[in-house]
Design a protein around this ligand. Structure first.
Ligand code: WT7
Length: 649
């Protein structure tokens, strides 16, 4: 019987080593681990050399003020120069930086030389609006090139951007503007989603009416829809297009703030996660190059995230652009006009790397294999996953149906707070296992500990901690350093606690087990939601599953599973079958007390399942705060379905 902080129940024996061909050409070779092990700090200094520094640092790491790190102390650089100008200077001005496609099918192609002009013009426009280094600029845009241009323009003049996801409400935007005391908002009239123009400007108007710190609103015309207009508003095409395309990038200190990004977590006021320049860009660049095996001359890389999330910051803007990548950016939803839109885009642009989230992968599984089959996906050579644990069956589907069994999969664990990828296979080196993020990247030190903070051995589960500072780590929570210390550094002394459960398997691979707040306690066994969900998804009838613990008189908590069936798999015995399946896969202790068949699951805007709301349902409680729920109709659907049955026992 396991006494682990989080038990290790699910076992996986499939291995997928890289092909000899991939391994031979890979950017990352096995020696990278040895290099980092030999001297971690020196290793990071050699990665910082990937960038162009105006002045070299005097000290690689200053940890004397822990837990606030300073990396590459005394070094000076301009982040936008590193992402744009230096590629033009090196002779790659004609290389495409962005292939952009709008949801209606309109396209733009922007080379690095053009990007340099656009970013310079936008930087000059910001200066004309009175923005200077250190000022905060809120960016609330759809997935259009101006989102990246605006971020880079801020970086160029040392302004601190705070990108707010375009799907968030006026109130979410207002509270983020207020917390950062932003002076400017950059937005658009609207963007295209699900086949029609969806407005952004009204939410900005409402937010800015209640935001005394905002002086001006810069508005990109995207949809041409009617907008209310105020004295503070200025059109992007009037102001930016009229600027000079020459702007000398100013070098900033390595620790100059680059951006704030708000992350809500499960409870409480959103935290403004602060990132700075030199260390952040070093790790974004290093990880993008090695984890995605990026070949700037030949690859067409596509990350499907929104720029409103950290994935869009690090793996659309800063990582890829610092590496001179050619990438695809897509504005809309995956099912417009049909459920094969993504696959058609991959074929059309000959995409080589695809980086997306498990929630998207499971949705495509649910829709069926006929949609990817409509397109030729043979240009793909690597697949990435981020945002949640990927269930082994979803991983296998990704590998077989999207990757045609010949693309390495990189399951990348990281957080808004870590700034860049921390745990991931190296695609030409690691023999991957479906569902495991494998091992810490060279330069990163992660451990798994028990309640007392003691390291657990192979085959055991516990809490994931990071034991050494890393270059792209957050430098704090904007305006609340006490909360920074309390949230991340108080649970285990001198170690960063990520909030995730994890286990080592017998061979030393790491398996992420979900947020520890979600861990269930059944008869004294701490069971991870991820493992039970993965067992459910491994049944052919199941498309998606979410499990929670609900109060149980006998066992403390009982496992309640919410399950979406695949089309055509509804039948009378399915609930009993699923309960037995879990018992068989991971043991009787994990057999769900109840299985509820539901049409949808409650998710955040970034696709994470909101187990907190499902716990409310399982406990027959009033629903808690639903403001971060992506689709507010979902909870109604779930409770209505339950009122008409669907549970056993
Ligand atoms: C949390 C961070 C990292 C960018 C997107 C999410 C979960 C993230 C994985 C993964 C298992 C993962 C963790 C983490 N998570 N990637 N590969 N395997 N879990 O950023 O919104 O800050 O969320 O997402 O629980 O703590 P975020």
């Amino acid at each position: 019987m396991s006494t682990d902080a989080v038990a290790n129940l699910l076992h996986e024996s499939r291995h997928f080593p890289p092909s000899a061909e991939f391994a031979a050409q890979a950017n990352a070779q096995p020696g990278l681990y040895d290099l980092a092990d030999a001297d971690r700090i020196k290793f990071w200094e050699s990665q910082a050399d990937r960038l162009s520094w105006h002045a070299k640092w005097q000290q690689a790491l200053d940890w004397s003020d822990a837990p606030v790190a300073k990396w590459f102390v005394g070094g000076k650089l301009n982040v936008a120069y590193n992402c744009v100008d230096r590629h033009v200077e090196a002779g790659y001005g004609d290389r495409v930086a962005l292939f952009w496609e709008g949801e209606p099918g309109d396209t733009r192609t922007i080379t690095y030389a053009e990007l340099k002009s656009e970013v310079s013009k936008a930087a000059n426009a910001l200066l004309q609006l009175g923005i200077s280094a250190g000022d905060r600029v809120a960016i609330y845009l759809p997935m259009i090139p101006e989102a990246a241009i605006a971020m880079l323009a801020c970086a160029r003049i040392g302004a601190v951007h705070s990108v707010v996801f375009g799907g968030f409400s006026a109130e979410a935007l207002r509270s983020r503007i207020e917390d950062a005391a932003a002076k400017l908002v950059i937005t658009a009239d609207g963007g295209y989603r699900r086949g029609s123009a969806s407005a952004l400007k009204p939410a900005v108007d409402e937010a800015v009416d209640a935001s005394p710190t905002i002086e001006r609103v810069l508005v990109v015309k995207r949809t041409n829809q009617d907008v209310a207009w105020f004295d503070r508003d200025v059109w992007w095409h009037d102001l930016v297009d009229a600027q000079s395309d020459q702007h000398d990038p100013v070098p900033f200190d390595s620790e100059h703030p680059l951006f704030i990004l708000y992350t809500s977590g499960t409870t409480g006021k959103p935290k403004g996660i602060l990132h700075t320049s030199g260390g952040y860009l070093t790790q974004a660049s290093y990880t993008h190059f090695n984890v995605f095996d990026l070949k700037p001359e030949t690859d067409i890389y596509w990350c499907t995230a929104d720029v409103g999330w950290v994935t869009g910051h690090s793996y659309i803007v800063y990582g890829p652009m610092s590496n001179g990548t050619t990438q695809l950016m897509y504005e809309g939803t995956p099912d417009t006009p049909t459920k094969s839109r993504w696959w058609k885009l991959i074929e059309k642009y000959q995409v080589t790397q695809l980086y997306t989230a498990p929630t998207a992968i499971r949705t495509f599984m649910k829709w069926g294999d006929q949609f990817p089959a409509e397109a030729d996906l043979s240009s793909l050579r690597l697949l990435g996953s981020v945002g949640e644990p990927i269930n082994p069956e979803a991983w296998m589907w990704y590998r077989e149906i999207i990757g045609n069994n010949n693309c390495p999969i990189v399951d990348t664990w990281w957080q808004t707070e870590t700034g860049a990828i921390m745990i991931s296979p190296l695609p030409g080196v690691s023999a991957t296992k479906p569902g495991s993020a494998m091992t810490p990247l060279p330069g990163i030190s992660a451990k798994i500990v028990d309640d007392a903070g003691k390291e657990v051995g192979l085959g055991h589960g516990g809490y994931l901690v990071l034991t050494e500072p890393w270059p792209s780590m957050l430098r704090g929570i904007w305006g609340d350093m006490a909360r920074y210390q309390e949230t991340y550094w108080s649970r285990f002394s001198n170690r960063y606690f990520a909030g995730d459960g994890a286990k080592w398997d017998e061979e030393g691979a790491i398996w992420l087990l979900g947020r520890v707040d979600d861990v269930m306690n059944v008869s004294g066994h701490r069971i991870s939601t991820t493992e039970v969900e993965s067992a459910l998804v491994s049944h052919p009838a199941v498309a998606e599953a979410a499990v929670v613990g609900a109060t149980d008189e006998v066992t403390g908590q009982g496992i309640v599973a919410f399950v979406i069936l695949r089309a055509g798999h509804e039948h009378d015995d399915v609930i009993a079958e699923l309960r037995n399946h879990v018992a068989k896969e991971i043991g009787p202790i994990a057999k769900p007390r109840q299985v509820m068949i539901v049409p949808e699951l409650p998710k955040t805007r970034s696709g994470k399942i909101m187990r907190r709301l499902l716990r409310d349902v399982a406990e027959n409680r009033e629903l808690g705060d639903v403001t971060t729920l992506a689709d507010s109709a979902v909870m109604k659907l779930i409770s209505e379905g339950l009122a008409t049955g669907g549970t056993e026992d």
